[in-house]
Design a protein around this ligand. Structure first.
Ligand code: ZN
Length: 663
């Protein structure tokens, strides 16, 4: 503070009007959290803080937000995504703390901001010298001149400011914002202060992204408004403004067409609705969670109660990711609100319930299927997001190789027989079946489906929804369908002997049957049906083709990075390869929300049931033996299809291993 001339003119840098700030050196006063040892990395600091909190709470209510973060990055380079992905759950929790850079040393009044900018390598010493010269007569700061000339980006300036004052820097394009934290202040206040709480450091302390870290007034006000201590981090003004706009937009994005009509007619429930769930912040928070889930293309939203808070996670491209944490006192309101939306009994908390709600999010019609599950810490809710306006994919968009596609198409274009698609839950089986149905869907064909749930409604089809309450099982649905003179039958899933028996018999009596089965690979479909109690000769003669599949995430084309995977590494991971693989690995950028991936593509293994395959099926041979024959007859295995797609740069080897496993 001795050298007031070295203090940058923040007013000028940020275009803030005079009079709102006092003359001060902001590095210490605005940092109410305990001083940190600058020589330690952020990691040490974080875990130290978390374990303190844990000790204070006797291990019961440690803030999971920070305590569970594994490695936190130190530099601006994003974490090795392929490595992170192998860690599974750990990767998801890291997401939130990506994009944070700890200052490498304590803020020192002896350094000019321009020196920091040079030290960080953003601009050359010569350019700075010129900017300093130019600023002399220009009535502005050298930083401003560098910014305006384009030599320095706003984010680099924010990074330099953070470094200068020993604060954290946030790259908001990568950092995953905790909406529970963001909702603690009004958007008007956020706009006024150009500041948004973005995470809970621990249960008492908020991490607040600020465009102008010198705004003591803002820090004090946010502390009072939220009842939390404030730890300041610096972010580029444009990024903070964009974040505020985004939060605002999400608030308005969700509309429930039925919400207004429903009130008043519910007796007891209405009372509780007004008492707890109807209060505005809860509604706003739930709306934001749903809007963000839709915006980010999540297939499921998980609301999981823990001892002191509710964890919100999204499943995006098949991978669960931490999104936010709702503090304990707000948690019951959030769950109640969701239950009200899905027309569930909010007084019932001990039995699982199942409901639905239709919403419009940013003009898109969304169906949410809500399932509640009682857990030790309260009710958990899983929302399945069904986008009714999503297009049914065309067969050629799914990523089937030429040979595989021809085989599959030939099979489902026959007038009778069974075609099965296999894979675990979430492997895209129904998308593949719908693509086939779309091609089969012509007026001269009677196509019936029995599904749980009906995921897409297709014009021209008769679609039956399985209903456990109403006693309509797959088998019952299938039986009634047989009386309706169908040409093509689609059974959502074969999971019991009765359904399998009817499906096989239908395939043998002049119908085309499409269905799915839970097996790891194509050959196992034969052995699974036989294990279910279907006679081998029926299986062998009914089954025409089996498609096994997985969904692999597609590398983000904006940020993927070239890499070479050596032959021995490929071998060690069970790939057959003669040469090194020249492909790509994930990095993470704004477009892919830091994950390194955007969208998914199918990996396929398509087995034609040839006379040779039939012969071994009749002898009740093992899946391995069936597989051997199929491979000899040209079946490409799942992992080899994955290898091919990694070679094409569509996905990474790590991702192929994640979805295919080591088998
Ligand atoms: Zn990217």
């Amino acid at each position: 503070m001795s050298d007031s001339a070295s203090s940058p003119d923040l007013h000028t840098i940020f275009g803030i009007e005079e009079g709102s700030l006092s003359e001060h050196e902001p590095s210490v006063e605005i940092e109410p959290a305990a001083p940190r040892d600058a020589e330690e990395g952020y990691e040490g600091d974080v875990s130290g803080g978390a374990s303190q909190a844990r000790a204070g709470a006797q291990g019961t209510d440690a803030p999971a937000v920070l305590g569970e973060q594994d490695p936190v990055e130190h530099g601006p380079a994003p974490l090795e995504a392929s490595e992170a992905d192998r860690e599974g759950a750990a990767a998801a929790s890291e997401g939130q703390w990506r994009g944070i850079t700890r200052a490498s040393r304590r803020g020192s009044s002896a350094r000019f901001l321009t020196d920091v900018i040079v030290d960080l390598g953003f601009v050359s010493a010569q350019q700075v010298k010129e900017a300093v010269e130019a600023s002399r007569n220009a009535g502005t700061t050298p930083e401003r001149i560098l910014l305006e000339s384009g030599a320095l980006t706003a984010d680099q300036l924010a990074r330099a400011l953070a470094e200068r004052y020993g604060l954290d820097h946030l790259d908001l394009s990568v950092f995953s914002v905790d909406m529970g934290a963001a909702n603690l202040i009004s958007s008007a206040a956020a706009k006024r202060y150009q500041a948004v709480p973005v995470a809970f450091v621990d249960k008492r302390t908020l991490l607040v992204a600020m465009a102008d870290p010198s705004n003591v007034l803002a820090v004090d006000d946010i502390a009072i408004m939220t009842g939390h201590e404030v730890r300041v981090a610096v972010a580029a003004p444009e990024d903070v403004a964009a974040l505020i706009t985004r939060l605002n937009r999400l608030e308005d994005a969700v509309s429930d067409p039925d919400a207004l009509v429903e009130e008043g007619g519910r007796g007891e429930e209405v009372v509780e609705l007004h008492e707890s769930a109807e209060d505005a912040p809860t509604v706003k928070l739930v709306n934001q969670i749903i809007a963000q889930a839709v915006e980010r293309g999540a297939s499921d939203v998980h609301l999981s109660p823990h001892e002191r808070e509710l964890h919100v996670r999204f499943r995006i491209d098949g991978v669960l990711q931490d999104v936010t944490t709702v503090p304990g006192r707000s948690a019951p309101g959030v769950v109640s609100r969701v239950k009200i939306m899905a027309e569930l009994n909010i007084a019932e908390r001990r039995l699982p319930q199942d409901g639905r709600v239709s919403l419009t999010v940013d003009g898109r019609r969304i169906d949410l299927r809500a399932v509640t599950l009682p857990s030790v810490h309260g009710e958990a809710v899983v929302l399945r997001v069904l986008d009714r306006d999503a297009n049914i994919a065309e067969l050629e968009e799914l990523g089937l190789g030429q040979v595989e596609r021809e085989r599959f198409e030939a099979a489902f274009n026959q007038v009778h027989g069974a075609v099965l698609v296999t894979g675990p839950t979430g492997s895209g089986k129904s998308t593949t079946l719908y693509a086939a149905l779309k091609m089969l869907n012509t007026p001269e064909k009677n196509i019936l489906t029995v599904e749980d749930p009906v995921e897409y409604q297709m014009e021209g089809l008769t679609q039956l929804q399985v209903s456990r309450k109403g006693g309509l099982t797959f088998a019952a649905g299938l039986r009634s369908m047989m009386r309706a003179d169908p040409d093509v039958i689609m059974v959502g899933e074969i999971r019991d002997r009765e359904t399998a028996q009817i499906a096989v018999e239908s395939a043998l009596t002049g119908h085309l049957v499409l269905s799915t089965l839970h097996t790891n690979d194509a050959p196992s479909a034969i052995t699974r049906l036989i294990e279910m109690g279907i006679e081998p000769f029926l299986v062998a003669s009914a089954l025409d083709c089996v498609v096994a599949q997985r969904l692999a995430r597609v590398l983000c084309t904006t940020c993927k990075r070239r890499t070479i995977v050596p032959t021995d590494v490929l071998h060690a991971n069970g790939f057959k390869a003669l040469v090194d693989l020249e492909g790509y690995e994930p990095v993470g950028c704004r477009r892919c929300n830091g994950s390194g991936y955007r969208g998914r593509i199918g990996l396929y293994e398509v087995m034609k049931v040839t006379p040779e395959v039939q012969a071994v099926a009749l002898e009740r041979r093992s899946a391995e033996e069936i597989c051997e024959i199929a491979v000899r007859q040209g079946m490409r295995r799942l992992r080899d299809d994955g290898l091919e797609k990694a070679r094409q740069g569509l996905t990474s080897i790590a991702e192929v291993l994640r979805v295919v496993g080591s088998t």
